[in-house]
Structure formats: C-alpha cells, structure tokens
Design a protein. Sequence first.
Length: 156
Amino acid sequence: MKIVIGADHAGYELKDKIKQHLQQQGIDVQDEGTSSPDAVDYPDYARLVAHGVAGQRADLGILVCGSGIGMAIAANKVDGIRAANVSSEYEAQMSREHNNANVITLGARILDTDEAFRIVDKWLNTKFVGGKHERRVEKIMAIEKEEDAAGAARKS
C-alpha cells in the first residue's frame, strides 16, 4: 500500500508524526510537504495529494491542516476524489465502508496525536462494503462528471 500525505503549516507537525507512524507499519509514504511552520496555502497541498491519488501514484491520501475542512473542500475539486474530513474513528470507518473515501483530512488543532493515529489506523483497516453503497458512490461520481460537462458547456 502506498499513501500520499500532505499538510499546510498548521498541520505539518502532525503530518510528520503520521508519516512516521505509517512507515513503522511498513507502509510506503510519499510526502508532498510542507515541512515547516512557514505560512503556505493549503489548496496547493490538497491538490498535490489529490492528484497523487487520482493519478493512481498512491492508493490513498492523507491531508492535515488546522481543521481539515479547507483541505477536504480543495481535494474534492479534483476528479475522482472523495475526501472526508474526519475527527473520530466512527467517521473514519463510515467514510470507507459507505463512501469509499480515498482521501482523509484531519484537523491538527482538533485532534491530538494518539487520536489521529487511531483514526488513520481505523480508516486504513476498513474496507468499502459495496452493495447499495456502490450504487451511491457511482451516483456521486456521475454528479462529478455531469458537473464537469456542464461547466465545460458554460465556458464555450
């Protein structure tokens, strides 16, 4: 399994801890930055991670900012991404089981390190259940394609 991970300045410390936690489990982690407290713009890192997952250079993605909200919004703009902002193990489980989330976003100002580890572990160890949820995820992807087509039509 390969995970692509990224963060803004608010999330870089937690991102580094999560990266180390994953590597200790033998998981291949591609770090897209940032690596300092210097202010950066979270959409830049959300885009890098989302493209890593959408382009199949990684299986899943993890993003960390102050709240996780901005990262989720930005990552979800990339075709094929289903990013879930998660702050509990239950949400992590549901985001995978029911929504087949391929990116998780976390809030470094909301979660402590141990909570973040438990959430990430739960998310990575939960499988999509398919069934009626497969149909629903397919509808989400259809909305994405239809909106892309409608946006292209509006521009022409």
